[in-house]
Write a protein that binds this ligand. Structure first.
Ligand code: DGT
Ligand code: CA
Ligand code: CA
Length: 583
């Protein structure tokens, strides 16, 4: 697992707070954690890179003990000592520390008063509860402005998280017999990588009753706005939810209008104007006769404008309107088309992994792949770290693992079973060479290569590294090409056009990584790569089997990038896949 500098600093600050609260350690030890967090936050290098290169000692202020803890963290994903000192402290205390001006003692005191989360705290300040329970008015006011500052910091929900929250709301709404249809709207329906707020539309004859029902939903912290046919609420989790209710006879227009995107709707309105129509959430109006044509479905709405209905994922005004007018919309890849996942991490025994290993066994991964109805699954662990382990040891480990996978393979070709692909996710090093010697790569069925360090390199450096990997005959797939982490790290800068050109020429596949905070290759770059004829693979990069369910979010990225079934190699059946990868 990758841990960003930002996340790492937060982990150390939490430990320092735990020391303070439990009165363990002296002031110097507590300061050591704070100072290390500061240094990490301001570091221009990724700390995980430095660790990988054995250069943790180069971080100013980082003592030996802390270096050991970081080593444990990067290797195992957690630190026993940190878990021990944080034990018994409610999780909300650590969230409260994010508020500017709130230290460990006040955070603990707030938790003792029963503050459940940041939204709840806001409520308790507004109602005067905080002051009545012993906080001075001045402190309460300071906390409030700290909370508002936090709100200002842009933080958008990751798509899978937004989806999980939306599911709960959809289930609640579907229980009401007055509700005929419900749809998510906005960025959620368009499956954008991040979502600001959740929007829903409902088709019903009883608009007012539905609004009431919505505002009474469990988990509502406050009702921001309530009208005849719409409402805005905030959940205790802090998520804002908008609801719009419309009559069944005009529901298609409502759905269309609030799915957006804004850019799509603006372009559509211009087009409608040229045809003598004006558009609204109620329908399509003929400007000359002033007659409003209602539309029950979105299809009817778009048909009145003489066009196909673009799938929500591509309503971004990037050519979909022109294509729909010509009745030439692409036939986008679907989740049902997917036949396998080629990037899953297992817990196969390893001493010094270059990056976090998976938690589930290869056997259980295969079982899950079977349950998902897949034809094939690729086990792609990280190899041992090339600085920590000798060349011979790496080869020995890969030999052992290859043998194990060969033994576990389904015995007969005739049984309808999942094919298991022996793969690794190797590092593309600073100079573009790989972290595993050719001799070992030759043992694999296929090789996934990815950059896992030095993401902040210059455009020239990153381009050169990726180019060299693409030239390597052993490399089949480039994982998460831009290396962005949503809400944490920007995409690396590179000459993508040149990379797409070479990837296409050399028949190298670019991964669309479905891991929630990656969704990388990004949708806009998928679209660009397509024009060069690049092929893609949608992988989950699962580190535990439940994460294999993230596949549909990767499919969403592919759809937003206009990819069709033939462009995505893991929609192919085994014969075609085996031929391509020479399996
Ligand atoms: P988000 O929430 O920032 O992830 O992005 P969206 O696209 O969900 O935007 P949102 O929630 O502001 O509005 C939902 C959709 O409604 C938006 O994509 C376009 C459409 N729409 C139509 N008319 C309006 C309007 O008057 N205001 C806004 N904000 N959106 C409108
Ligand atoms: Ca929204
Ligand atoms: Ca909204």
């Amino acid at each position: 697992m990758e841990i960003s500098n930002q996340r790492l600093a937060k982990i150390l600050r939490n430990v320092s707070a735990a020391y303070t609260l439990k009165k363990i350690g002296n002031i110097f030890q507590i300061r050591a954690y704070e100072n290390a967090a500061d240094a990490i936050e301001h570091s221009t290098a990724e700390i995980q890179d430095l660790w990988q290169e054995g250069k943790l000692s180069e971080i100013p202020t980082l003592g030996e003990k802390l270096q050991d803890y970081l080593d444990e963290l990067f290797t195992k994903g957690k630190v026993k000592h940190f878990e021990q000192v944080e034990k018994g402290i409610p999780a909300v205390v650590f969230d409260l520390l994010d508020i500017g001006g709130v230290g460990p003692k006040n955070a603990a005191k707030l938790a003792e008063l029963g503050v459940k989360d940041l939204e709840d705290l806001k409520k308790k300040i507004k109602s005067g509860e905080l002051v009545s329970k012993g906080f001075s008015a001045k402190i309460a006011q300071n906390i409030m402005s700290g909370l508002l500052d936090l709100d200002q910091q842009e933080h958008r929900m990751l798509l899978p998280y937004a989806f999980a929250q939306a599911d709960k709301i959809l289930n609640y709404l579907k229980k009401n017999p007055d509700i005929l249809e419900v749809h998510p709207l906005g960025s959620l329906r368009r499956m954008a990588a991040t979502v600001g707020d959740l929007d829903f539309s409902v088709s019903s004859e009883k608009e007012k009753e539905v609004v009431e029902y919505f505002c009474k939903m469990p988990g509502v912290s406050r009702v921001v706005d309530k009208g005849e046919n719409k409402a805005t609420i905030v959940l205790t989790s802090g998520i804002q939810v908008d609801l719009l209710v419309g009559k069944p006879e005009s529901y298609g227009a409502l759905l269309q209008h609030f799915t957006g995107s804004k850019a799509h709707n603006i372009k559509l309105r211009t087009l409608a104007q040229q045809k003598g129509f004006s558009l609204s959430e109620y329908g399509v109006k003929n400007v000359t006769s002033n007659k409003l044509q209602e539309t029950r479905t979105e299809e009817e709405f778009y048909k009145l404008l003489g066009m196909q209905t673009p799938p929500p994922e591509i309503r971004e005004n990037s050519g979909e309107i022109e294509a729909a007018l010509k009745h030439k919309l692409p036939d986008l890849v679907t989740f049902e088309d997917i036949k396998g996942d080629l990037h899953v991490h297992s817990n196969f025994k390893i001493e010094n992994p270059s990056h976090g290993a998976g938690v589930d066994s290869i056997e259980n991964i295969i079982k899950r792949a079977e349950e998902l109805g897949y034809d094939y699954v690729g086990i792609a662990d990280h190899p041992p770290g090339f600085t920590a382990v000798s060349r011979e040891q790496i080869i020995k480990w890969i030999k052992k693992r290859t043998k194990f996978i060969q033994q576990i393979r389904q015995p007969s070709e005739s049984t309808k079973s999942v094919r298991v692909i022996n793969s690794l996710e190797v590092d593309i090093l600073k100079d573009g060479s790989l972290s595993v010697p050719d001799e070992a790569l030759a043992m694999l069925d296929l090789c996934i290569a990815g950059i896992h360090s030095g993401h902040r390199g210059s455009r020239g450096e990153i381009t050169k590294r990726l180019m060299r990997a693409l030239e390597n005959p052993y490399v089949d797939i480039i994982s998460h090409p831009t290396n962005r982490l949503l809400n944490e790290r920007e995409s690396s800068d590179a000459d993508w056009e040149e990379i797409f050109k070479v990837a296409s020429e050399k028949n190298k596949i670019l991964e669309i990584n479905a891991y929630p905070n990656r969704l990388d290759l990004r949708d806009d770059l998928v679209r660009a790569a397509l024009s060069f004829g690049v092929k893609f693979i949608i992988n989950t990069d699962a580190h535990e089997i439940s994460q294999m369910d993230n596949m549909r979010f990767g499919v969403a990225v592919a759809r937003r990038g206009w990819a069709t079934k033939k462009d995505v190699v893991n929609t192919w059946d085994w014969t075609d896949l085996a031929r391509w990868f020479k399996l």
